[in-house]
Write a protein that binds this ligand. Structure first.
Ligand SMILES: [Zn+2]
Length: 116
């Protein structure tokens, strides 16, 4: 579902984009057979919009339970759990600083994703 057709960032061809292993983070990499460019389409899709993922993470950081989040957003419970598990290693750039700082203070996350 929602499997984006990769487009070569160099020559913008849609066709002949072949899978070429994956990044350490688990994103699928591709290689363009037209120009041999290797690239990683961003971001890795879970079949839901980044919007929804961001909302789920924000709710989680505010202390809402996974089951409640899945009910509020009408998202599969396992998807929400996956997003939260992924969260520490894959911080959305758009997450407001205030939310991040609250999360760190609350001990929900222990990393500083922005390397400040
Ligand atoms: Zn290309």
């Amino acid at each position: 579902m929602n499997d984006h057709h990769p487009i070569c960032p160099a020559c913008h061809n849609h066709s002949r984009q072949i899978k070429d292993g994956s990044t350490p983070a688990g994103s699928q990499r591709y290689r363009c057979k037209w120009c041999s460019c290797r690239y990683t389409p961003a971001p890795k899709s879970r079949g839901y919009d980044d919007d929804i993922r961001l909302q789920a993470l924000t709710l989680f950081l505010e202390g809402v339970s996974l089951r409640m989040i899945s009910r509020i957003l009408a998202v599969n419970h396992q998807s929400v759990a996956n997003w939260v598990n992924e969260f520490a290693g894959n911080m959305p750039e758009e997450l407001p600083d205030s939310v991040l700082e609250t999360a760190v203070l609350d001990g929900l996350i222990t990393i500083n994703p922005r390397q400040r």
